[in-house]
Design a protein around this ligand. Sequence first.
Ligand code: NI
Length: 138
Amino acid sequence: MKVIRFAVSLPEDLLETFDKIISKKNYPSRSEAIRDLIRANFIEQEWTEGNKEVIGTISIVYDHDTRELLDKLMDFQHHHHSFIISSTHIHLDNHNCLEVIIVKGKGKDIKDMADKLISIRGVKHGKLSTTSTGKELS
Ligand code: NI
């Protein structure tokens, strides 16, 4: 892959802020930090477009004592099986469970599914993390 160098003009204080942030995050160079920013922006765009194939994880925390909720979550996942690659269930304590579900599909379908899952009554917290299939990233 050909690498191109280019110059960027920035206000001094913006560059200072940027350098402080990337140093805290342990970036070896500005170039690597900027590449990551561009990739993050690209991934956000893929999700916004809605029709691109994307990958994500949905994490949910809930109380397993509610039997109806367990059935509901299981039915929901079976109904959306075509988007689900894998899921892991962790017993956090006597009551709370964490489930991490790896999902793949069109951005708009995944977002819609995540919204529906997270809003089910009894789910204490839920979060969709968005990432990329990596196919169009270098
Ligand atoms: Ni559990």
